[in-house]
Design a protein around this ligand. Structure first.
Ligand code: SF4
Ligand code: SF4
Ligand SMILES: [Zn+2]
Length: 276
């Protein structure tokens, strides 16, 4: 199994996973979305709210603000030594006290731990008119995306099989498939159509080119064929900024490995018992 990056920065990764089965590719995708913990606001105490938004709506909006997460400093409440009561190892508190006229944004949330500040300063929470007030205290905890979408570290996390485009010698370079392709992947080169260099990963495998070729009157078989490599996957992963994308990938892979090890341990235990 191999991972080859086409691009990588803290917020976005494009890479190819080769030599993997579809089950593994999907487990990896699901682990990145649902099993890598991040911080998100879970409890909100509202002391004063004369804004136009209900308390529940405010709490919902606060919960969706991405928060920078240092996984070496925080643990989930269930695994924390405080037993889930809430302590500085599993909980971050924030205060917010503002009076209108003002657009209240994520920068108005003052964290008790500066390392756990909101990822972006300019996320709007609510607009206050003159004299309106908002005074709250909020608590963020570490949890997983499978519990609630607010704990997902990814905004985009998907894959597709690597496309294969084959062009046979029956191609007469009529160019109908070139005009039909919505991703401008094809071009006529000499007496045949060809894939433009570097464009193959952009193919969505919509097969409009095959249909155009058949419509050109070529016969029963199109000269262009779209198939996919069964064990090669193109991934796009975009993070919300709470964790670097590389860390999301590493944590997700460790989770899949732990699950596989546990399954192996349990199956060998069962087969050991059966032999007795
Ligand atoms: S399958 Fe769709 S995107 Fe791919 S080359 Fe054909 S028309 Fe273009
Ligand atoms: S439509 Fe068919 S025959 Fe025409 S250029 Fe495309 S592949 Fe060749
Ligand atoms: Zn704790």
């Amino acid at each position: 199994m191999e991972i080859e990056f086409a691009s990588l920065d803290d917020n976005l990764a494009r890479f190819t996973l080769s030599g993997a089965r579809p089950g593994f590719a999907n487990a990896f995708r699901r682990a990145m979305i649902g099993e890598v913990p991040t911080l998100a606001i879970e409890d909100v105490r509202i002391y004063d709210n004369t804004s136009a938004l209900f308390d529940e709506m405010l709490a919902h909006r606060l919960g969706l603000i991405p928060i920078k997460t240092d996984l070496s400093s925080y643990s989930t409440q269930e695994s924390c030594s405080c037993g889930g009561a809430g302590c500085p190892s599993c909980t971050v508190t924030y205060t917010l006290s503002v009076e209108g006229p003002k657009m209240v944004t994520s920068s108005d949330l003052i964290p008790q731990d500066p390392k756990a500040a909101p990822v972006y300063d300019n996320i709007p929470i609510v607009k206050l008119t003159k004299g309106q007030k908002l005074v709250i205290e909020a608590r963020a905890v570490l949890n997983r995306g499978k519990v609630h979408a607010k704990w997902q570290p990814t905004l985009v996390c998907g894959y597709k099989n690597q496309p294969i485009i084959t062009i046979s010698d029956t191609c007469d370079a009529c160019g109908m498939c070139v005009d039909e392709c919505p991703r401008t992947i094809l071009a006529v080169k000499g007496k045949k159509v060809a894939v433009i260099e570097g464009k193959l990963p952009d193919c969505s495998m919509c097969k409009l080119c095959e249909r155009a070729c058949l419509a050109s009157g070529i016969g029963e078989e199109p000269a262009i064929r779209i198939t996919a490599e069964p064990d090669r996957f193109i991934f796009v992963v975009e993070g919300d900024g709470s964790l670097p994308v590389k860390e999301i990938m590493v944590k997700a892979l460790s989770f899949v490995k732990e699950q596989a090890d546990e399954l192996e341990r349990q199956t060998s235990e069962i087969s050991g018992e059966e032999k007795k």
